[in-house]
Design a protein around this ligand. Structure first.
Ligand code: CMP
Length: 140
């Protein structure tokens, strides 16, 4: 299996509750390594640009307001089959449907404040990584 990279965001609800380390530990014990990481505060415009694919969805405005409501930690995670592996570690988008032992089951507050974002496919991952990081900032 090839080594892949995926984009991860630890969302404002989790950063606010000081869960960054606990969430990174889930990624690391799940076989992924942090190849890049930074803490930042997204502007509303940056959140809208990042989630542009969801612009027509009814939750778009609320989602972008939430994502710019406080600091986030953005990361490049690397490892075997990283896109799928990260999605397994995160669990389903809706924490009510997430499997036991997943980040969203254990930490998420709601379907919006669901603690983490992860790329949904390899091509999306490449676009999302380049939204936040230059190649020079990623050390696998
Ligand atoms: P994320 O993986 O970051 O991708 C889009 C986000 O929209 C999703 O996680 C949720 O935080 C948020 N969202 C809010 N409501 C919904 C919904 N009904 N369906 C899917 N995603 C939603």
């Amino acid at each position: 299996m090839a080594i892949e990279r995926t984009l991860s965001i630890i969302k404002p609800d989790a950063v606010r509750r000081n869960l960054t380390g606990a969430i990174v530990a889930r990624f690391e014990s799940g076989g992924l390594r942090v190849a890049a990481q930074k803490r930042m505060r997204l502007s509303l415009a940056q959140a809208q640009a990042f989630y542009a694919v969801h612009a027509a969805r009814p939750f778009f405005s609320s989602l972008c307001t939430f994502m710019s409501s406080g600091p986030v930690v953005v990361q490049v995670l690397e490892g075997e089959n990283a896109v799928l592996r990260n999605r397994e570690i995160m669990g389903a988008t809706d924490p009510a449907k997430a499997a036991p032992g997943t980040i969203r089951k254990d930490f998420a507050e709601s379907i919006e404040a669901n603690s983490v974002h992860g790329s949904d496919a390899a091509d999306t991952a490449a676009k999302e990584i380049s939204f936040f990081f230059s190649e020079l900032e990623i050390v696998g």
